[in-house]
Design a protein around this ligand. Structure first.
Ligand code: PGA
Length: 250
């Protein structure tokens, strides 16, 4: 069975609750594509009004982060049960901004991934190299390490349902999109790594997104690659362009 594309917006720290509802109303008619799972990953405080606002549409709401404990004295954190209760099915884990500004590591990413699965939430597991790593030719080695640690103790069934987002850090928010060849090469290497950890069936089922300055003009070629199953889109997900990105094949 061919993998279904998944195109997700990552709103980052943008949109107040009322702005969120307004943006959803604007985008709703623009992001209809029966070939694609459409997901808006929004700030925690926007989740409840966003879930309400997307009712009756094809849009799903995801979170941008989650803590790896069930509950307790972790001031300021959001638990997996809070997300499921609010209607969230996906959560971004280990975005490079979380790793850089909030000290997340491959180990905390792994804990969050395991906890998300425990609650039936699909993690979108982020990986990606720095410009220095790319220039030093260690991109694939580095990504393989991130993937291997992220998937520690993840069962084959869980892995098959996961989403990975390959986001070269030098391409995020810079307008410097990776070339189609660069993106495809790494996404294929990630799939090969999953096949090594698990088997070909898991590798064939897991969905791998590309992220990093995806735009309406770059999306069609990127998403046509054999190992790229959609995108994680930051800046362009906050405007009407996101409709063109979702409808990349129309
Ligand atoms: P960008 O962000 O599309 O603005 O580069 C992508 C991301 O960080 O997920």
């Amino acid at each position: 069975m061919p993998r279904r594309k998944i195109i997700a917006g990552n709103w980052k720290m943008n949109m107040t609750p009322s702005e969120a509802v307004e943006l959803i109303e604007t985008l709703k008619p623009l992001v209809v594509n029966e070939d694609v799972d459409v997901l808006f990953c929004v700030p925690a405080i926007d989740i409840i009004p966003a879930v309400e606002a997307v009712k009756g549409s094809n849009i799903m709401i995801g979170a941008e982060n989650m803590y790896f404990e069930d509950k307790g004295a972790f001031t300021g954190e959001i638990s997996p049960a809070m997300l499921t209760d609010a209607g969230v099915k996906y959560v971004i884990i280990g975005h490079s901004e979380r790793r850089e500004y909030f000290a997340e590591t491959d180990e905390t990413v792994n804990k969050k991934v395991l906890k998300a699965f425990e609650y039936g939430i699909t993690p979108i597991i982020c990986c990606g190299e720095t410009l220095t790593q790319r220039e030093q030719g260690v991109t694939i080695d580095f990504i393989r390490q991130q993937i291997k640690i992220a998937f520690l103790n993840v069962t084959p069934d869980q892995a098959a349902s996961a989403v990975i987002a390959y986001e070269p850090i030098w391409a995020i928010g810079t307008g410097k999109v990776a070339t189609t060849q660069q993106a495809q090469e790494v996404c294929k290497a990630i799939r090969d790594c999953i096949a090594e950890i698990y088997d070909d069936a898991v590798a064939a089922s897991i969905r791998i997104q590309y992220g990093g300055s995806v735009s309406a003009s770059s999306a069609p070629e990127l998403f046509a690659q054999p190992d790229i199953d959609g995108g994680l889109v930051g800046g362009a997900s906050l405007k009407a362009d996101f409709g063109q990105i979702v409808c990349y094949n129309k």
